[in-house]
Design a binder for this molecule. Structure first.
Ligand code: GLA
Length: 375
């Protein structure tokens, strides 16, 4: 069964790029369990691009690179499964993958069958080198059908970066999640851009097909394949808080074999994971009071009647935020107010006179679980 909440896991691309092999996957699988990440919900271990040979075999099948995966993909999948994890792989709707390995175009059904035989539970499906004649929606419908008919539950993770108005057609293809924006890199500007670009497409996210803001850069510190500047821990905390609040899939991208305590603490914030995994999967509310600024404020109603509210200071200066409960449908005339519990510090505050005023340090965030209580 594929869950109807945002997928969580780890993906090889952000740190390792083409530098992947079976030992890395075995060690990462061990670590996901040892660190408690699996228990928190990070269940998919995904091998991204560059895992195959450059040629298919004589039967037209994809072949795992024997240098990188000497025991073959079935063995890798078995190991990952033996740890209680699910196993993910990568292909592309074009002739070639983005890094130039064989893509699945005109091989959709045979590839889906191969993945099913290997024990794959998740397929990231990219959009490089695709046909200019056949619209992307048909290419994704094909693979969607191939996966649905391969005899195994395989989560379909579309990666079209929002191109060709993906939002308009991706849900019909059977994709369980879809990359709504371009590739993340380990810079603050990238986090800001991806957040900003998400706002216009909030209505498309939700149960059935989640808007995917791309893999997390938490804990990369500028190292690895998409590591450029690196962020500080406050910035990583804010990045994680936004991805979690907005209901994006949470795919870790750092080297978890060597992560520090700060990284593990950020990735392990249970309250944020609960917001992310809330069964109602509600559309994000954009609070208008900071329109056009680099202070972002989002809210989401939760299954149990609480509300998640987050304020994100994307600037390098301390700011003061003034939040009016009116915007959430709670004017003073309702006789109700919010008891707000901050998920990083544990601070609890009850809003008086319908207004909350708070200072937020540079790059920092305040994220609350809010209970509706009598004023
Ligand atoms: C594209 C995707 C990335 C990654 C690479 C692999 O750029 O958007 O997430 O999968 O391809 O080549």
């Amino acid at each position: 069964m594929i869950k109807n909440t945002p997928p969580m896991g780890w993906n090889s691309w952000n740190t390792f790029g083409a530098n992947i092999n079976e030992q890395l996957i075995f060690d990462t699988a061990d670590k996901i369990v040892e660190t408690g990440l699996l228990e928190l919900g990070y269940e998919y271990l995904v091998i991204d691009d560059c895992w195959s040979l450059k040629e298919r075999d004589e039967n037209g099948r994809l072949v795992a690179d024997p240098q990188k995966f000497p025991h073959g993909m079935k063995t890798v999948a078995d190991y990952v499964h033996s740890k209680g994890l699910k196993f993910g792989m990568y292909s592309c709707a074009g002739n070639l993958t983005c890094a130039g390995y064989p893509g699945s175009f005109e091989h959709e059904f045979i590839d889906a069958k191969t993945f099913a035989e290997w024990g794959v539970d998740f397929l990231k499906y990219d959009y490089c080198y695709h046909s200019n004649i056949i619209h992307g929606k048909y290419l994704f419908r094909r693979m969607g059908l191939a996966l649905k008919n391969c005899g195994r539950d395989i989560l379909f993770s579309a990666c079209t970066w929002g191109a060709d108005n993906t939002a308009e057609w991706i849900r019909e293809t059977g994709a369980n999640m879809w990359r709504s924006t371009g590739d993340i890199v380990d810079t603050w500007q990238s986090v800001k851009n991806l957040t900003e670009q998400q706002e216009a497409i909030f209505p498309y996210g939700g149960a059935g097909s989640f808007n995917d803001m791309d893999m997390l850069i938490v804990g990369m510190y500028g190292k690895g394949n998409v590591g450029i500047d690196g962020l500080n821990d406050t910035q990583y905390k804010t990045h994680f808080s936004i991805w979690a609040m907005l209901g994006s899939p949470l795919m870790i991208g750092c080297d978890i074999r060597n992560m520090n305590k700060e990284t593990l603490d950020i990735l392990s914030n249970k309250e944020l994971i609960k917001f992310n995994q809330d069964a109602d999967c509600r559309q994000v509310i954009k609070l208008s009071l900071f329109e056009g600024s680099n202070i972002k404020a989002y809210a989401r109603t939760l299954e149990n009647g609480d509300i998640a509210v987050g304020f994100f200071n994307l600037t390098d200066k301390k700011v003061t935020v003034k939040f009016l409960l009116d915007e959430l449908g709670l004017p003073e005339s309702t006789g109700k107010t919010l008891e707000m519990h901050e998920v990083w510090t544990g601070e609890t505050v009850t809003v008086k006179n319908g207004t909350l005023i708070r200072g937020i340090e540079a790059f920092d965030s305040l994220v609350y679980r809010c209970k509706v209580v009598d004023a």
